[in-house]
Design a protein around this ligand. Structure first.
Ligand code: TPP
Ligand code: MG
Length: 686
C-alpha cells in the first residue's frame, strides 16, 4: 500500500506530539519517535490485531517497545488510536488510557505518560521497558505463551489463541546480552509468531555505533535460526508492509526486520546525530522540523482533524471486528468446551481452580528429613496437577532444583510441540527472567528455577517483574554455604538480602518440608507479586508439628515455632530456612540449662512486616531485648529484628569449599554457638 495524505498526517502527528511533549517536559527522547513513527504506524494501522476499546482482549497481538526511552512514540499511538483505560477489575469504562493532557504532562507526577512505559499504570502498555534488552526478551515469553495457550485451548473450529508478538528495538537492545539469549531461545523454539523490528539508526548515546558495535546483526540472527529481512528506509510504508507480510507468512522461525532510519528525521541540525537522542530539540529546531513536515510551525500538541478518525477506520475497525469475532467464538466455546472455557476465564483473571489447595501434601515428622528442594518437588507436582496453566522450568538445572513436572502428560515445551508444561530455558538466566515476565503478562502462571547464586544473572528481569506487580514464581535452590564442596562461587551470601531489598518482591525461605508446603499455598494465591522461594540443597529435619507450632504460621511471614515453658521467654532465637532446626536444637539445650528461649521461624520478612503491630509484638515482644538471629547469609539488615544490641549469626565473608559439617563449624552454625550467643545476650541484659 502506498502512503496517502492521511497516512502522512497521522505519522507527522505522532512525530510532532513526541517533539512537543519532550520539549515541554524539557527531558526525554524525541529523535527515535520522529524516525520510527512510520514504522509503528504501518504496523498498528495495517497489521496489528488490537482493539483500542478492549486493550486486554486475550488474543490481541502484542506490541512491545523495547527501546523504552522512545516512550513518546507509544504514548502518541495510544492517544491517537483512542485506547481505553482498564481498571483493576479488568473493566473498561470509556476513559482514555492516555489523554492529550497526559501527553502535555509527559514525565510529570501522576501523568499516564511517565519517562518509560509502565505496564499496569497505562493501559495498552504490554510490558514495562527502559532497561534495554528487557522488552525484546519479554516478547519471547509472550510468543511462548501464545503457542502454549493455542496448544492448550484451541480445538477444531475454535482457534482461541494465535496472537503474534512484535517488539521494536534499537542498537542498545541488540548489544545487550539478554537479547542474544532471548533470540537464541526464540530461534531454537521456532517461534514464528514473533517479529522484532530493529531500528538500525547507528546512533547511541555516546555517538555513532562505530564506537562500540560492528556486529553483522543480520548474519547473527540468521545464525540463530531467524528469518531476516530489511527495509532500507523507515519512511517507505510499502516496503514496511511487505516486511510485515513476510513476518506473518513465516513458518518455523521468528522474523527480524532491520529498518534503516534517521534518528531525529526532519530536524535540520540534529538528524542522524546523538544530539537527537536524549534531549529536547529546542524551540527553533522544532520549528524547522515542523516546516520540513509541512506542519504549522507554531502549533503545539496539534492533532489535526481526521487523524483520530483515520486510526479508528484502520486499527480500530479491524480490531473491533476481530475482537467481536473472538467474543462470539468464546460464547460457543463455552457451550462446546465448558471446562476449558472455565480454565481460560480463570487463568485470564488470575484465579485458581476450585479446591486446588486440596492437592497440597503434608509431611510426617522425620528427624532425617528432606531437602527443601525435594519437598518442593512434591508440592509443586501436586499443585501443578490441580492448576493446569502452571508451567515452567529451569535454566538447565531442573535435575538439581527438582522443578521438573513429572506426572503423566506434563510433557516438554519444544519446537513444534507447544503443549508441554516443562520449559527448558537453557543456560540463560537473564532471558529466563524476562520470558517468565512475558508469560505472566500473558496470564499463564510461570515458574522458573536456578541456583540462588545465579539469581544475580536474572536480577534486572526479577526487578522489572516486581515493578510490574506480576505473579512470577522463582524457585531458587542451593541457598547457602550448605552447598558445601562447590565453594564460594556457588555459595550465596548477599543474595537473600539483595532480593529482600527489591520492593514488592516476596522472598520465602522455609525451614522444613511443611513450611515448603505452606509456602506454595501462599505463592499460588499471590496475584500481583512475584515470589522467590529459597530452598536448601541439603536435607532439613521435618519438625514434629504436634510438639511445635503448625507450619501454617508461615502465611504471616513469621511465627512462634517453639516457646519457653514455665514463664515468658528471656531470649529470642530468630531463624529462617536451614537454621530453624539449628535454633530448635539450641532451644532444647537452653531449656535443659533452665534458660527460657523462644524460637521464631521467620521465613518471609515481607509477609511478616505487613502484619499488624500487635501480632508482630506478640511474636517478638519488645520487652525481650536478648535476641539472636541465625541465617546462613549476610547479616546486614537483621538489626531490624534483633535490634542494635542483639546478635546476628550469619555470613560476613564468602564461604569456602569443604564438606558441609566443616563449614558449619568454621562459620559458627552449630547449636553450641547459638547457645553461647544466647547466653551472651542474657549476660548483657543483666
Ligand atoms: C540496560 C541499559 N543500559 C543503559 C541504558 C541507558 N540508555 C538509554 S538509551 C541508550 C542508548 C540506546 O541506543 P539505541 O538503542 O540505539 O537507541 P537510539 O538512541 O537509537 O534511540 C542508553 C545507553 C538503558 N536504558 N538500559
Ligand atoms: Mg540507535
Amino acid at each position: 500500500m502506498a502512503t496517502t495524505d492521511s497516512d502522512q498526517l497521522c505519522i507527522n502527528t505522532i512525530r510532532t506530539l513526541a517533539m512537543d511533549a519532550v520539549q515541554q517536559a524539557n527531558s526525554g527522547h524525541p529523535g527515535t519517535p520522529m524516525a520510527m513513527a512510520p514504522v509503528a504506524y504501518a504496523l498498528w494501522q495495517r497489521h496489528l490485531r488490537f482493539d483500542p476499546n478492549d486493550p486486554i482482549w486475550p488474543n490481541r497481538d502484542r506490541f512491545v517497545l523495547s527501546m523504552g526511552h522512545a516512550s513518546m512514540l507509544l504514548y502518541s499511538l495510544l492517544h491517537l488510536a483512542g485506547v481505553k483505560a482498564v481498571n483493576p477489575k479488568y473493566e473498561t469504562l470509556g476513559d482514555l488510557s492516555v489523554t492529550l493532557d497526559d501527553i502535555k504532562r509527559f514525565r510529570q507526577l501522576d501523568s499516564k505518560c511517565p519517562g518509560h512505559p509502565e505496564y499496569r499504570w497505562t493501559s495498552g502498555i504490554e510490558t514495562t521497558t527502559g532497561p534495554l534488552g528487557q522488552g525484546v526478551a519479554t516478547s519471547v515469553g509472550m510468543a511462548i505463551a501464545s503457542k502454549w495457550m493455542a496448544a492448550r485451548f484451541n480445538r477444531p473450529g475454535f482457534p482461541m489463541f494465535g496472537f503474534d508478538v512484535y517488539a521494536m528495538a534499537g542498537d542498545g537492545c541488540m548489544m545487550e546480552g539478554i537479547s542474544q539469549e532471548a533470540a537464541s531461545l526464540a530461534g531454537h523454539l521456532k517461534l514464528d509468531n514473533l517479529c522484532w523490528i530493529y531500528d538500525n539508526n547507528r546512533i547511541t548515546i555516546e555517538g555513532h555505533t562505530t564506537l562500540a558495535f560492528s556486529d553483522d546483526v543480520a548474519t547473527r540472527f540468521i545464525g540463530y535460526g531467524w528469518n531476516v529481512t530489511r527495509v532500507g528506509d523507515a519512511n517507505d510504508l510499502a516496503m514496511l508492509d511487505r516486511a510485515f507480510e513476510t513476518a506473518k507468512a513465516a513458518t518455523d522461525r521468528p522474523t527480524l526486520i532491520i529498518v534503516d532510519s534517521h534518528i531525529g528525521y526532519g530536524a535540520p541540525h540534529k538528524q542522524d546525530s546523538h544530539a537527537a537522542h536524549g534531549e529536547p530539540l529546542g524551540e527553533e529546531e522544532i520549528r524547522l522540523s515542523k516546516r520540513f513536515y509541512g506542519w504549522p510551525e507554531d502549533a503545539k500538541f496539534l492533532v489535526p482533524d481526521g487523524v483520530r478518525e483515520c486510526f479508528a477506520q484502520g486499527l480500530g475497525a479491524r480490531g473491533a471486528r476481530l475482537r467481536a469475532e473472538w467474543v462470539a467464538l468464546f460464547e460457543s466455546y463455552k457451550a462446546a468446551h465448558p471446562a476449558l472455557a472455565d480454565e481460560l476465564y480463570r487463568m485470564q483473571h488470575r484465579q485458581l481452580p476450585d479446591g486446588w489447595e486440596k492437592a497440597i501434601p503434608s509431611f510426617p515428622a522425620d528427624a532425617k528429613g528432606l531437602a527443601g528442594r525435594d519437598a518442593s518437588a512434591k508440592v509443586l507436582n501436586a499443585v501443578a496437577q490441580a492448576v493446569p496453566w502452571l508451567i515452567g522450568g529451569s535454566a538447565d538445572l531442573a535435575p538439581s532444583t527438582k522443578t521438573r513436572l513429572t506426572f503423566d502428560g506434563a510433557g516438554d515445551f519444544e519446537a513444534g510441540s507447544y503443549g508441554g508444561r516443562n520449559l527448558h530455558f537453557g543456560i540463560r538466566e537473564h532471558a529466563m527472567g524476562a520470558v517468565l515476565n512475558g508469560l505472566s503478562l500473558s496470564k499463564v502462571r510461570p515458574f522458573g528455577s536456578g541456583f540462588l547464586i545465579f539469581s544475580d544473572y536474572g536480577r534486572a528481569a526479577i526487578r522489572l517483574g516486581a515493578i510490574m506487580e506480576i505473579p512470577v514464581i522463582y524457585v531458587f535452590t542451593h541457598d547457602s554455604i550448605g552447598v558445601g564442596e562447590d565453594g564460594p562461587t556457588h555459595q550465596p551470601v548477599e543474595h537473600l538480602l539483595s532480593l529482600r531489598a527489591i520492593p514488592g518482591l516476596v522472598t520465602i525461605r522455609p525451614g522444613d518440608a511443611n513450611e515448603v508446603a505452606e509456602a506454595w499455598r501462599v505463592i499460588m494465591q499471590s496475584r500481583h507479586e512475584p515470589v522467590c522461594l529459597i530452598l536448601s540443597r541439603q536435607a532439613l529435619p521435618t519438625l514434629d508439628r504436634a510438639r511445635y507450632a503448625a507450619a501454617s504460621g508461615l502465611a504471616r511471614g513469621g511465627y512462634v515455632l517453639a516457646d519457653a515453658t514455665g514463664g515468658a521467654p528471656e531470649v529470642l532465637l530468630i531463624a529462617t530456612g536451614s537454621e530453624v532446626a539449628l535454633c530448635v536444637a539450641a532451644h532444647e539445650l537452653l531449656a535443659k540449662e533452665g534458660v527460657r528461649s523462644r524460637v521464631v521461624s521467620l521465613p518471609s520478612w515481607e509477609l511478616f512486616d505487613r502484619q499488624e503491630q500487635a501480632y508482630k509484638d506478640a511474636v517478638l515482644p519488645p520487652s525481650v531485648r536478648a535476641r539472636v538471629s541465625v541465617e546462613q547469609g549476610s547479616t546486614l539488615g537483621w538489626e531490624r529484628y534483633v535490634g542494635h544490641t542483639g546478635r546476628t549469626i550469619g555470613m560476613r565473608t564468602f564461604g569456602a569449599s569443604a564438606p558441609l559439617k566443616e563449614l558449619q563449624k568454621k562459620f559458627g552454625f552449630e547449636p553450641g554457638n547459638v547457645v553461647s550467643a544466647a547466653r551472651e545476650q542474657l549476660a548483657k541484659r543483666d
